[in-house]
Design a protein around this ligand. Structure first.
Ligand SMILES: N=C(N)NCCCC(=O)O
Ligand SMILES: [Zn+2]
Ligand SMILES: [Zn+2]
Length: 327
């Protein structure tokens, strides 16, 4: 039986079983092994943070997001959709990556992502530091060809190396461009801000093909205009969205490793994402949640809602594809 033949198994009913009871899966959804081993959207954790340049701790981000996601409810009014009824969304657990060998960890994440994508699932990955975007993009590009990228982040993450290391959380998108796995006609950073090493950082980034919507642009132009501009740039290309939670202001996301003042509000981020609902979202990640610096789950709640909006976009597209006879 394929996932198309059966009703999706949804979350535990929080009106019958208190939402704080039991082990945490994302949004209290079933595990992948409870739904026959495959899902339409696989929520997968990557507890890896050996690529960070400043405060460590994002290895605990995925489980913090799962804990904070207990309060998510099944109907998403902002997108008028019940994502977990439209498609089988399930928690695929964690990818166990070597914390002492970054190169090996990158290989492991790519292999695990390849395997999940081969089952037909789209990935909603919970990081982990931003290093993991590279192997995730490699796997997605292996399936779809070079993808459009929307990168929400305070930082460019297109630097070359740190301490001579190629695979770090500040360098994944330069590697991805070098490897030809991104569609360089549709690359955008959103929420960029803060001091750089030099103006050259911006020049290099522009040469790679990235457009930038700064955090200040979002404030000045507003979320609707920004979303429209992004939609136009992306068109109908297969799209990957990578969200570094430090795109949010430290007031909205204190629990992260390299915070920068002057960021987006969580409301702005969620609204921009909702404005991208018509884009062909093939997979996404939310990374850099470091719960040790969090307070009252501010950051992990924001991250859980971010993953919920992304999951809703994917579930709606899966359901629409089925309704029109596609996969
Ligand atoms: N948070 C991410 N992904 N990258 C930040 C790198 C900034 C730096 O160490 O200069
Ligand atoms: Zn960042
Ligand atoms: Zn980043």
């Amino acid at each position: 039986m394929t996932t198309a033949d059966r009703r999706p198994l949804g979350p535990v009913d929080s009106s019958r079983t208190p939402r704080y009871a039991g082990p945490a899966t994302f949004a209290r959804l079933p595990r992948v092994d409870e739904v026959g081993g495959t899902a339409d959207v696989a929520v997968v954790g990557v507890p890896f943070d050996s690529g960070v340049s400043y405060r460590p701790g994002a290895r605990f981000g995925g489980n913090a997001i799962r804990e904070a996601s207990r309060l998510l409810r099944p109907y998403n009014p902002a997108q008028d959709a019940s994502p977990f009824a439209l498609a089988q969304v399930a928690d695929a657990g964690d990818i166990a990556a070597n914390p002492f060998n970054i190169n090996e960890a990158v290989e492991t994440v790519q292999a695990a992502a390849d395997d999940l994508l081969a089952t037909g699932a789209r990935l909603m990955t919970l990081g982990g530091d931003h290093t993991i975007a590279l192997p995730l993009l490699r796997a997605v590009a292996r399936k779809h060809g070079p993808v459009a990228l929307l990168h929400f982040d305070a930082h460019l993450d297109t630097w070359d190396t740190y301490f001579g290391a190629e695979y770090t959380h500040g360098t994944p998108f330069r590697r991805a461009v070098e490897e030809g796995i991104l569609d360089t006609s549709a690359l955008s950073h959103v929420g960029t801000r803060g001091p750089l090493y030099g103006k050259q950082d911006l020049d290099d980034d522009a040469k790679m093909g990235f457009g930038i919507v700064t955090s200040a642009d979002v404030m000045r132009r507003g979320v609707d205009e920004v979303a429209q501009q992004l939609r136009e740039r992306i068109g109908d290309r297969p799209l990957y969205i990578s969200i570094d939670i430090d795109v949010l202001d430290p007031a909205h996301a204190p629990g992260t490793g390299t915070p920068e003042a002057g960021g987006l509000t969580s409301r702005e981020l969620l609204e921009i994402l909702r404005g991208l609902a018509s884009c062909h979202l093939v997979s996404a990640d939310v990374v850099e949640v470091a719960p040790a610096y969090d307070h009252a789950e501010i950051t992990s709640v924001a991250a859980s809602h971010t993953a919920y909006e992304l999951t809703t976009i994917m579930a709606r597209q899966i359901a629409a594809g089925r309704a029109s006879g596609g996969a």
